[in-house]
Design a binder for this molecule. Sequence first.
Ligand code: NAP
Ligand code: GDD
Length: 384
Amino acid sequence: MYAVGVLVRGPHSVLAGAADCWQTNPTHMSNAPKRKRALITGITGQDGSYLAELLLEKGYQVWGMIRRASLFNTHRIDHIYQTPQEENVRLQLRYGDLSDAGSINAVVQESQPDEIYNLGAQSHVKVSFDVPEYTADVTGLGTLRILDSVRSLGFNSRIYQASSSELFGQAVESPQTEATPFNPRSPYAAAKAFAFHIARNYRESYGMYAVNGILFNHESPRRGPTFVTRKITRAVAAIAAGRQEKLFLGNLDARRDWGFAGDYVRAMWLMLQADEPEDFVIATGTTSSVRDFCSLAFARAGLRIHWSGEGKEERGVSADGRTLVAVDPRYFRPAEVANLVGDASKAKQKLGWEPTVDLQGVVNMMVDADRQLLDEEHGDAAVE
Ligand code: NAP
Ligand code: GDD
């Protein structure tokens, strides 16, 4: 375990700059500054872990709401965890669940946050077709529970809602901006649409500082292993090491605007520092297919693949004739989102936000990390 004061700057960390979260406490006669307090739901997820690092580096007191699991589910934040017995603990974890208003109220009441980042969600689009009601409850109503907790407790917390480019679904224009109409294509996207509108509604009805970050896909070595990019990079590492024969994927034609999660959590923070609460699209502006991502990932591991066949018969084949990628229709979705690409001009203009890592950079980072992980797990060198 590492104390927060000596945060580890790993290769994929987004730790930045000097502490800049001090504020004067208006309730005290003295001008003694107090730390800003942030509450993160979903702190154990990809984005939550990067955001927690960023806020700790900026000097925040960070509270994370985690849910109980039968095994430890905190591996993404173990490097910044502090035991409660340490002095000046700046990362506090509390049990809670977005389906349980009482637990949310208790965490909000105790943490008294200046800022809340609502990142918790059943975030997998395909899984949302299997558990639609649960997804609506956690991903949709969970947001309402957060908003209403802050409203009923009378706090002034600024709230960031993790909205998604999935809202655009079968997009009616390209690229997508803050003005593009929503056309959700899954229970997940429908739940996020409710969350988006209820956040905006609380802003307009009660004057609350609640904003939506409409984030396009963002990836990292910490990405969950069932999302397509990480599924690919883990398989590439295993295939290159001779530990796996082939990779089965669904729709190779799907196109996404993939960025780096570290860049995107910076945008979340910037949105809550603005003078006025506004919604923003966050994206790189470049779209690529799942097939493209695969080719780049295999190439990074020294394996050139070419594509042959069509539809369910399409194959990714190595130079020596092995089929490394095949299509399995089990990974198709009942309704697909074909092509997403965002225009983040507003964020650039008003927040000064721009991505620093392009697709090739994300691919390199993820493939290299998964190959290293495999080496560490098995102690063997990758087979080129
Ligand atoms: P993620 O890795 O799947 O993390 C989701 C987090 O939510 C985890 O910490 C998870 O806890 C927690 N969670 C799940 N169900 C919960 C519940 N019932 N109560 C409390 N917490 C719960 O997702 P991510 O990629 O970091 O994304 C963060 C947020 O941004 C999500 O809301 C996602 O929908 C949204 N988003 C993501 C992207 C993207 O490309 N990554 C793009 C747009 C929007 P466990 O660790 O215990 O599972
Ligand atoms: N997961 C997965 N697995 N996706 C596959 C596969 C596969 O084997 N084969 C093809 N795909 C296609 C999917 O059909 C989809 O079109 C695309 O790859 C991306 O899938 P995911 O990586 O699962 O991400 P997503 O775009 O559905 O959702 C992610 O991004 C959203 C932002 O647009 C999630 O992070 C959401 O939480 C997020 O809101």
